[in-house]
Design a protein around this ligand. Structure first.
Ligand code: FES
Ligand SMILES: [Fe+2]
Length: 408
């Protein structure tokens, strides 16, 4: 993050402490319709137009360490295979055999010399080319070169591997702008993979995302944990293009000494000032939230299993600790963070039950919750508002509030 942006954020935090009302020109936000969390029609629209057209973070390169390492991603509706080729490049393919559609791999992750479909043993190399067909002489006119696995776009930011099923989407780094530049001081390509955990949450994926986009709930859901550390009044937000956003919250004065420490001295040495003096959190649209920290940080990923079940991945990255196991101080931070996540996630099944009640008519959002509204507007833009029944759309209000990248 450059100095201009750091200086602006610090100024904005000071102004937030003085603010006694929403800015006079901030719009009254329309209620977010209840059906966005409960209506199968909306879920289908997301399935067809959002998940298949977005850049989605599916792995870190250390999870595919060697040629032949593979992982299966079936979070977005279509099973997709990630595999590292002999040339060390990570590629993505539909996990669908070109014969009669058998799955090419069935394990969630593993190591293979070749990719052999278990149905009739058509075999592909690690670059997706069809290299062997049993009884090939009986397939009249079969041209193996036309039957390679179907590729899916796969690009990286730092060590993070993203896929996108949309051939027409802009390149990953362009889609994430300005985030790659704002994170450049963290040197993302040097960060190490620490661990991955997955849980199922009994709620719609957006109810789970919403819970991580504001600090209005800190006093109520985290009274003895995060609320002791952060002062929600000093929170500034940047609504970024593409549905992404940034939130920076002030650390309470009595906790400022040593903030950003606790990793046993291990930290991202190149990190700039903001993550050392404040809590810095980003949303990468559509489904990734990350509270960045100099000692290491998790990516929180929300995947729809069905309309009321979300798979929640918590994937940690940290500074390079050299050889050997993850150091204990970093491990202890992970376990502390688990407790905070429990406070958030225990609340969610209750919310979902209530969202499904006829007593829930829609959601009024405040200035402090504007990242949630921005996120919902971006969902509608991704789907195409004209495809969404009027009763399920959010009215676009926040276009003028998207951060102008030349402002400082
Ligand atoms: S379906 Fe894969 S070999 Fe037949
Ligand atoms: Fe929370």
């Amino acid at each position: 993050m450059d100095e201009r942006l750091s200086a602006r954020i610090k100024r904005e935090i000071e102004l937030e402490f003085q603010r006694r009302a929403a800015p006079p020109d901030f719009p009254a936000l329309s209620d977010v319709p209840a059906g966005r969390y409960t209506d199968p029609a909306f879920f289908e629209l997301e399935r067809h137009h959002l998940w298949s057209r977005s850049w989605l973070m599916v792995a870190h390169r250390e999870e595919l360490p060697a040629p032949g390492s593979f992982r299966l991603c079936d979070e977005t509706g279509h099973p997709i295979l990630l595999v590292r080729g002999q040339d060390k490049r990570i590629r993505a393919f539909y996990n669908t055999c070109r014969h009669r559609g058998g799955p090419v791999v069935r394990e969630a992750a593993g190591q293979a010399r070749q990719l052999r479909c278990a149905y009739h043993s058509w075999t592909y190399d690690l670059e997706g080319q069809l290299i062997a067909v049993p009884d090939e002489h009986d397939f009249v006119g079969l041209d193996r070169s036309c039957r390679a696995l179907i590729p899916v776009r796969c690009e990286t930011f730092g060590g993070w591997v993203f896929i996108n099923e949309d051939d027409a989407a802009p390149p990953l780094l362009e889609s994430l702008a300005p985030i790659p530049e704002e994170w450049s001081d963290l040197e993302p390509s040097k960060l190490r993979f620490v661990e991955r955990q997955s849980f199922d949450l009994a709620c719609n994926w957006k109810a789970a995302m919403d819970a991580f986009l504001e600090v209005y709930h800190l006093k109520h859901i985290h009274p003895n944990t995060v609320n002791q550390l952060l002062d929600p009044r000093g929170t500034t937000m940047g609504l970024l293009p593409g549905g992404h956003s940034r939130m920076v919250s002030a650390v309470r004065p009595e906790r400022r000494d040593g903030y950003g420490g606790g990793g046993g001295g291990l930290e991202i040495e190149t990190a700039g000032e903001i993550p050392r003096i404040a809590n810095l959190s980003y949303t990468l649209f559509p489904n990734l939230v990350t509270p960045l920290d100099v000692i290491g940080f998790p990516f929180l990923l929300f995947w729809p299993r069905d309309i009321r079940t979300t798979r929640f991945d918590v994937v940690w990255f940290g500074p390079n600790w050299g050889d050997g196991e993850v150091p204990d101080p970093l491990r202890s931070i992970l376990r502390l963070f688990d407790g905070v996540l429990r406070e958030d996630t225990e609340n969610l099944p209750w919310i979902q039950r209530s969202l499904e009640s006829p007593g829930f008519r829609g959601m009024p959002l405040s200035y402090q919750e504007r990242r949630i509204y921005h996120f919902h507007e971006a969902i509608d833009r991704a789907i195409g508002p004209e495809k969404i029944p009027r009763s399920l759309r959010v009215e676009p209000h926040l276009g003028p509030w998207i951060e102008n990248q030349t402002q400082a």
